[in-house]
Design a protein around this ligand. Structure first.
Ligand code: XMP
Length: 516
């Protein structure tokens, strides 16, 4: 018999971190579904047939509760008698709907803030008097009706956390789902287990079966192709699709010419050994031709996204495939602005970079709700090789989005050489396990140098190394100076066109990990 999972529903008000809340809940062994912000009590009841709904979380969002088009809650949701936790926008909305007062904050807070915990109870159980939390808000709750009480405040925010005096209803102005909130995991744990009384009866293994079943249902007995870049996402998607479809599947590696040094050969060597239909499309020239004169990053991504599809379509025509599978994961979709209340940060080539007219019956994305580290867990469970599981993420458009401005063959060659040096030095010093990504960016700035007593005027290369858990936020890595020095010396010595190397010391946010 299938287990009825204890489940928390996350109502999506468009926040960048909404889906991350779901993921943090799953980390606790409790299932979570993201649902539209205006879900009705009847819809919640219908979901209860499949799951044991134990609580609701209202996510953050980019709107102010006063915006004309601000996403609204179905007010009857407050009557379903389930525990509720409002976060950021959700916190403000809860306060507004229960007759509290919300105003534009005198001083907006973005980033790490210090909060004073006035009452460490309920969701805040076990916290210290002063805690570090991650805030990102323009409005603030300034007063509450008598049946509510304040649990925490900051210098700029008199009601940073509240609860209802009788009912299990809580609001937090900050984001416990973001790792920069030091005790965020404890707060969510308190809500899930102490307030909602959930039982941890879900595990990541359960999704493998679900994904294989979904692929079979989508594709049926038809033929399909899958885009295989050699990265972890597409490799896991291929392993699942191979189990689901067997011989109906062909995996296609598109060599667009913007892969890292030695990579196309390595990918070919790895996948030719596997018992799958594997095809390499040599498409270097056609990608470069399409990108002539293109310097805008969003345009670049869209041109690349479209060209990938055109290559896939040609191969599908030959093999009779009607379906395209991709290893798209959740952060690709969220940054591409897939939800109606969220912003486009960048068009990931495999999501918003897709053309509108496509000759496939459907694009199937089995990993669409997973984060990279969840994909890694699935990869380990599928026994994929260690070097694949631990491979650093690499964007589908490759070095094309790490060369700022228009591409030329010379720039691609410079970027490849500089990137190879960064990788070699980081790996030689065994730093790779601590890093999410480490790479070189070829900027569109030139600078003066002096090489061998002569004036030189060449490219500026930026080195980027970031630590992250799932790419939604990241910190620049504090690489020891001697290693940075070695990287800089080697790049300027070994790549004659480069006169200067700089190190990127920006977190995400406000920067993104890739430069374009
Ligand atoms: P950003 O730069 O948005 O990147 O902080 C987050 C993660 O996504 C990767 N990335 C991409 N992956 N297609 C992909 O398959 C893309 O178009 C793309 N753009 C960024 C990036 O390398 C990082 O790990």
């Amino acid at each position: 018999m299938q287990v009825k999972y204890d489940t928390i529903l996350v109502l999506d008000f468009g926040g960048q971190y909404c889906h991350l809340i779901g993921r943090r809940i799953r980390e606790n062994g409790v299932y979570s579904e993201i649902v539209p912000h205006d879900i009705s009590p009847e819809e919640v009841k219908a979901l209860n047939e499949k799951f044991n709904i134990k609580g609701l979380i209202f996510s953050g969002g980019p709107s102010s509760v006063y915006d004309a088009n601000a996403p609204q809650l179905n007010p009857r949701i407050l009557e379903v008698n389930l525990p509720i936790l409002g976060l950021c926008y959700g916190h403000q909305l809860l306060a507004q709907l229960t007759n509290g007062k919300v105003k534009p904050a005198i001083c907006k807070e973005y980033g790490i803030a210090q909060v004073t915990v006035d009452k460490p109870v309920g969701v805040l159980e076990g916290l210290s008097k002063i805690e570090k939390v991650w805030m990102s808000h323009g409005d603030t709750v300034c007063s509450l009706p008598p049946d509510f009480e304040v649990l925490a405040h900051t210098d700029n925010c008199p009601v940073a956390a509240f609860r209802h005096k009788q009912k299990p209803i809580y609001g937090l102005q900050w984001h416990p789902e973001v790792i920069h909130t030091e005790k965020g995991a404890r707060m969510l744990h308190n809500f899930i287990f102490e307030v909602c009384k959930c039982e941890a009866n879900w595990k990541v293994e359960d999704i493998i079966e679900k994904m294989i079943k979904e692929i079979k249902t989508d594709v049926g007995s038809a033929k399909a192709i899958i885009g295989l870049s050699g990265g972890i996402d597409s490799s896991v998607a291929t392993a699942l699709a191979a189990q689901a479809l067997g011989d109906q599947l062909t995996a296609v590696f598109v060599d667009h010419g913007f892969m890292r040094e030695g990579e196309p050969e390595a990918i070919r060597a790895t996948f030719e050994k596997y018992p799958i239909n594997f095809v390499v499309a040599n498409a270097q020239e056609r990608f470069m031709n399409k990108l002539i004169g293109v310097s805008d990053p969003e345009k670049k991504r869209k041109v690349i996204g479209e060209e990938f599809i055109r290559v896939f379509e040609e191969i599908a025509k030959k093999s009779g495939a009607q379906y395209l599978l991709q290893g798209t994961i959740y952060p690709d979709r969220i940054e591409s602005g897939i939800r109606k209340n969220s912003d486009v940060i960048k068009s990931h080539h495999n999501v918003a970079g897709l053309p509108t007219i496509i000759s496939f019956k459907k694009i199937v994305e089995p990993l669409r709700d997973l984060y990279k580290d969840e994909v890694r867990k699935v990869a380990t469970m599928l026994n994929l090789p260690k070097e694949l599981v631990n491979r650093q993420p690499f964007p589908g458009p490759g070095l094309a989005v790490r060369i700022i401005g228009e591409l030329t063959s010379e720039k691609v060659s410079v970027a490849k050489k500089a990137d190879a040096v960064v990788r070699e030095e980081i790996e030689k010093n065994h730093l790779e396990e601590k890093l999410w990504q480490y790479f070189a960016v070829l900027t569109d700035t030139k600078a003066t140098g002096v090489k061998g007593d002569s004036r030189a005027y060449g490219y500026v290369v930026a080195v980027r190394a970031a630590e992250s858990r799932e790419a939604m936020t990241a910190n620049f890595a504090q690489i020891p100076y001697p290693i940075l020095e070695k990287i800089s010396t080697r790049i300027t010595n070994e790549v004659p066109q480069v006169t200067r190397v700089v190190y990127d010391i920006t977190h995400k946010p406000p920067a993104t990990i890739e430069w374009e």
